[in-house]
Design a protein around this ligand. Sequence first.
Ligand code: BGC
Length: 391
Amino acid sequence: MKKKTFIFYLTSLIISSIYLFGCNNTSKNIKKTTMSDNSAQIALPKPEGFEKIIDGKQTHYFNLKNKNGVQASFTNYGAHLVGLLIPDKSGKLIDVVVGFNDIDGYKKTLSAYYGATVGRYGNRIANGKFKLEGKSYTLFINNKPNTLHGGKKGFNDVVWDAKQINNNEVQFTYLSKDLEEGYPGNLNCTVTYELTEDNAVKISYEATTDKTTVINLTNHSYFNLNGIGSGNILNHIVQIKAANFTPVDENLIPTGEIKPVVGTSFDFLLPTEIGKRIDEKNEQILFGKGYDHNFVLDKHEINQPIATIVGDISGIKMEIFTSEPGIQFYSGNFMNGANEEIGGQKDLNRSAFAMETQHFPDSPNKPQFPTTVLKPGEVYKSLTIYRFKSN
Ligand code: BGC
C-alpha cells in the first residue's frame, strides 16, 4: 500500500474509533437535547467536577450502585443528590433528577435548590421572624418579604463532612453554629443516603441542639420521571394522600387554615395529570404560578406511600414514604431555562417537579401547626424514601 493511502486508512480508522467508542463516554458533554427531541438523558456527572476546595473544605463526588444497575450520585457540597439512573419500562437507564456537571452548576443555581439538602428551615418563615421561649429571632430575607430554605447561606451551600459507610450508604454531617443565619443553638445534623436493592433512595436525617431551636430539613430534588431533557412534566400522573392543604397568601405564606382539597385544583386523592388544573384561574394557583403548596398528609405509617407519581412516557413510578406530616408539591413554576443541565438541555419551565417532605411552612409562627421546635436532649429524626418501579 502506498504511504498516502496508508495514512488515509489510518486516519479514517482513528476517526471512526473515536466516534464509536468515544461518543458513549462523552455524550453528556456533546449532546444538546432540546425539549422537542424528547430524548431522556442517560448521563451522570463525572467526579472531577466535584473535587474542589470550598470554604477551606474538600468536596467530593460519591456514586452508589445496586444490583439492578440503579445508580445514585451525591456530593458533600450541600449534601446534594446530583444524579439518579432508573430503568424505564424497556429497561433502559435514564436520569430522573435535574443535575449539573460540576459544583459551579450548583453554585450558579443556588436559589433553585436543585437536589439540595435544605435547612435549617425548609420553606418560608414569614418576614424572617419568629419567637421562641420569649426571645425574638431575625433571619435573612432572601425571598421578599420572607426567609426561604435556610436564608442567605443555607445547608445547600455549605460543605458537609462526608463518610461512605458501605457500597450502599453515604453519610454527611454538618455543625450549624449557634446563630448561624440567625437560628439559635449549635445544631449537629446528619443526613444519610442509602440506595436500596429495591430501587429506593432512603434519606434519614438526625439532629441535636444545645439550645431550643426550630428545624425542618428536606431534600429539594427536581424529578422528571420521563428522564431529564424529555419535556415538561404536565402529563405525569400524581396521587397525593392528602385530604387537606394549607392555603397561602400572595407571598406564599400559609394563612394558617387547613382546607379540604375536594372540589379544588389541589385534589390529587385520585391519580390526576399535573397539567389538568395547573393553569386554573383561582387565587391559590395564581399565587403559586401553578403548584407550590404544602399538602397535609393523611394519617399514615412509614410503610404506606403518601404519594405516587408516574412518568407517562417512561412508565417509571415513584412512590414516596415519609415520617413527615406534610409535602410541598412544587411544579417547577420558577424554572426559567437560564441554566444548562447535565446533557446540555436547559432547565425549562415546568420541566421537573419537586416533592419536598416537610413540616408545614411558617410553623414557628403558627402554633396550630405540628411543632418544629427541637430542645436540648431531644433527637430530631426524619425519614423519607423515594422508591422507583418500572412498569
Ligand atoms: C418553594 C418555591 C421556590 C422553590 C425554589 C420551593 O420549595 O416552595 O416557591 O421557588 O422551592 O426555591
